[in-house]
Unconditional design. Structure first.
Length: 202
């Protein structure tokens, strides 16, 4: 994971040479996620982001993010004796959204903003298990059940207040992240992200 963060920081420094104003932040928050057809499961996210303004007078900017994101889902299942259990899945991705945004100034210290763009995700580790403990996998991304690569579209809205940013995002996967029988319900990833960011240099 250190390699991904180092690559991200180098990219930000390179982009900084082309941007009139560049601001950097640590970000984190809550995920509510599930593939299509499965029950929602909570998770978290933490990472780094940048806002690269195109000029000193422009409200348009480019906002790359790099974050570790816990996603997942759960499903009610029954065995042959009709005993009920819950199958739970926790998945950890390194996500890289590449968003373009626009800020709507409210006053000299606060803005509303909207952002939109693609994201890519790399699965690093994950586990599925049932409440009855009769089923478990150690790493879904090393099995034949889950693909390591995910991609889709991301959109965010929120508010900036001085060094703080609060927002909500929605990520919608464009490909099936699973293999085999788990593909039957067309399970594309869907994630609602509620987050707060703190900017070091704004």
């Amino acid at each position: 994971m250190k390699r991904y963060f180092l690559s991200f920081l180098i990219s930000i420094l390179c982009l900084h040479t082309y941007a009139q104003n560049a601001y950097f932040a640590i970000t984190g928050g809550l995920n509510l996620s599930h593939p299509t057809g499965y029950e929602m499961r909570w998770g978290y996210n933490i990472g780094l982001k940048g806002d690269l303004m195109f000029s000193t007078t422009s409200n348009i900017y480019f906002s790359p993010l790099l974050r570790l994101s816990k996603k997942g889902w759960q499903e009610t299942i029954y065995d042959l004796d009709e005993n009920r259990s819950t199958l739970k899945c926790n998945l950890y991705y390194i996500d890289l959204p590449l968003l373009f945004g626009y800020k709507f100034p409210l006053n000299t210290t606060s803005n509303l903003f909207v952002e939109m763009g693609p994201y890519i995700g790399i699965g690093v580790f994950g586990k599925a298990y049932s409440q009855s403990n009769d089923y478990a996998t150690d790493n879904l991304f090393k099995s034949d059940l889950y693909k390591r690569f995910d991609c889709g579209l991301s959109a965010s809205v929120g508010i900036d207040i001085k060094k703080w940013q609060m927002g909500i995002s929605y990520n919608h996967g464009m490909i099936k992240p699973t293999h085999g029988a788990w593909n039957e319900m067309d399970p594309k990833n869907q994630t609602i992200i509620i987050y707060t960011s703190f900017y070091f240099n704004r």
